[in-house]
Design a protein around this ligand. Structure first.
Ligand code: ASP
Length: 580
């Protein structure tokens, strides 16, 4: 070993010990007679002291050390005169007797500090330097603990981790596949898994009744800020269970993680149906850390001359508590916000219920005191509250108000990342209509079972068929989703037929799964958690990027290794890919 201790462990109990330490030069301070160097490694920072009186040569060498030089020193642990209570080694320093430079360093392109001066792209290009910074390093340590705790918990209830292949054929999870050409099978391609969905179902047929895997998945989607083309799931499947068993089991896992990682004890997770979530929050992933539910006002808003409301399918409001004192400017900025493309609404009506009992709205011409008081009652407003109202087509209006609800909560600091509010959303629709392809898509995926009591509606009212599908939502983010699966060949065939697959397409793509269903497939179901996002939320952050050691940028590029990149013509020839 090149070192006797790490840089986070020495303290007063080690006084007078002779030690050898290694690390990176964090900072050098030259105070004339004394030179101090902060030496850093993964574990912390230890102060090195060089005294010009006792060893001039050594002290000079210390002064010439550049930032991020890698050095090895030997010396004695002594008590510090000016102590630093903020770090674990803050009461001691090392009286250095030997110094060796193990490697020099160029000046880093950004400062290796908690608050760095480096921009996002620069930090990604030099990710190995970024990882030296505490915030990124700590996120990786948290990720490690999260995967360990997941394994510990699932192992304790008899789950088995099984690896499934990465070179497979397409699984439809609603995104585009990444494709890998096969050299040995000319003109043919593998797809990288969007998830191990079909394999985990086959493991159920294979009798592995409790499976999990912390696994990479690949989806070739246009990237939003918090998506990565390759991401990690905690992927799980169980046999001989119903929906209730899955919800119980994975509520257990989530509780365990919240307790171990965040020290938070959670009550039984509330449940809401998909329809109620949309009606009450305008989204299928409600943030329930705060209330501000959507309240439908249609019936009491349409019996007068205000044509905007009269022509609307729905009139709906949110009660913003204690905000009747919002200024004109604050209200205008909300109106501007709802008109941005992100929200896409035409406008916003407001009604202030003042402390003195009077009220004032932006549509007083049409809604007198009496009418405004009806709103007040229906929306449970009290004096001092602000009612914001939107109207239009049902789905769009609810969605828009749902976005406004989040924005206001953000402004009012109601979204505290240290609060955790988990929620199950259940009873998702089985199918959703896709305008572009003009046909139904599976809302979850084609292997999801419809509810028994709804199967008969599949021809007459396909939109009304509910699935045994569920999402786990945490603080307004979907962190997990799954379903009870179809395990019967005929039903799977019918389902694929409804999704527009011809018999031969269904056989060609999913014949292997349907064949397996003929050999005693047990009833089964499962769930997958987005592991990167789970790390981010438990780490108190919204963005997943800093919880991934080597993430890609918004164009799907790894700018550190410069990938994707061109390949040689000879490689293309081998793969039988014609050069353009
Ligand atoms: N395979 C699904 C997904 O990736 C999860 C599941 O149904 O278990 O979303």
């Amino acid at each position: 070993m090149l070192r006797s201790h790490n840089l986070g462990e020495l303290n007063l109990s080690d006084i007078n010990k002779e030690v050898t330490l290694c690390g990176w030069v964090h900072k050098t301070r030259d105070l004339g007679g004394m030179t101090f160097v902060d030496l850093r490694d993964r574990y912390g920072i230890t102060q090195l002291a060089f005294n010009i009186e006792t060893n001039e040569e050594l002290c000079k060498n210390a002064r010439s050390l550049g930032r991020e030089y890698v050095i090895q020193i030997s010396g004695k642990v002594i008590e510090r005169s000016s102590k630093n209570p903020n770090i674990s080694t803050g009461e001691i320093e090392i009286d250095v007797t030997e110094l060796k430079i193990l490697n020099k360093s160029k000046t880093p392109p950004f400062t290796i500090e908690n608050q760095t001066d480096g921009g996002e792209e620069l930090r990604m290009k030099y990710r190995y330097l970024d990882i030296r910074r505490d915030p990124v390093k700590n996120n990786l340590l948290l990720r490690n603990r999260l995967s360990l705790e997941t394994r510990k918990y699932l192992d304790s209830i008899d789950f088995v981790e099984v690896e499934t292949p990465y070179l497979i054929k397409s699984t439809p999870e609603g995104a585009r596949d990444f494709i890998v050409p096969s050299r040995m099978n000319e003109g043919q391609f593998y797809a990288l898994p969007q998830s191990p969905q079909t394999f985990k179902q086959l493991l159920m047929v294979g009798g592995i009744d409790k499976y999990y895997q912390i696994v990479k998945c690949f989806r070739d989607e246009d990237l939003r800020a918090d998506r990565q083309p390759e991401f990690t799931q905690i992927d799980c499947e169980m046999s001989f269970i119903d929906q209730e068993d899955i919800l119980e089991t994975f509520e257990g896992l989530t509780k365990h993680l919240l307790k171990e990682i965040n020290g938070v004890e959670t009550e039984k997770f509330p449940r809401i149906t998909y329809d109620d979530a949309i009606a009450q929050y305008g989204t299928d992933k409600p943030d329930i850390r705060f209330d501000m539910k959507l309240c439908e006002l249609t019936d009491i808003s349409q019996n007068n001359d205000f044509s905007v409301f009269n022509q609307s399918e729905i009139v709906v409001g949110i009660n913003v508590k204690n905000c009747a004192n919002y200024s004109r400017k604050q209200i205008d900025s909300l109106i501007d916000f709802v008109k941005t493309p992100q929200v896409g609404a035409a406008g916003l009506v407001y009604c202030k219920f003042n402390e003195d009992g009077s009220s004032k709205s932006s549509v007083d011409k049409f809604f007198d005191e009496n009418a405004r008081n009806k709103w007040k009652e229906k929306a449970n407003c009290e004096n001092g509250d602000l009612l914001l109202i939107m109207s239009g087509e049902k789905e769009k209006t609810r969605k828009a108000l749902g976005i406004l609800r989040l924005k206001i909560a953000e402004d009012l600091e109601l979204r505290n990342p240290k609060d955790f509010a988990p929620l199950w959303v259940i009873d998702f629709p089985l199918l959703e209509w896709d305008e572009e392809s003009n046909r139904f898509h599976a809302m979850h995926h084609p292997f999801t079972a419809p509810k028994d009591e709804d199967i008969s509606k599949i021809e007459s009212d396909p939109k009304g068929v509910r699935a045994n599908a569920y999402d786990l939502v945490l603080n307004g983010n979907e962190i997990g989703g799954g379903s009870i699966r179809i395990h019967n060949k005929e039903l799977q065939k019918t389902m694929l037929h409804h999704l527009g697959f011809s018999d031969s397409e269904a056989k060609e793509q999913f014949g292997f799964l349907m064949d397996a269903f003929e050999y005693g497939a047990p009833p089964h179901g499962g769930i997958a958690f987005g592991f990167d996002r789970l790390c981010a939320i438990l780490g108190g952050d919204e963005s997943i990027r800093d919880f991934i050691a080597f993430p890609k940028n918004n164009s799907g590029r790894d700018i550190m290794i410069d990938s994707p990149s061109n390949i040689d013509n000879s490689q293309l020839d081998e793969l039988n890919i014609k050069t353009i």
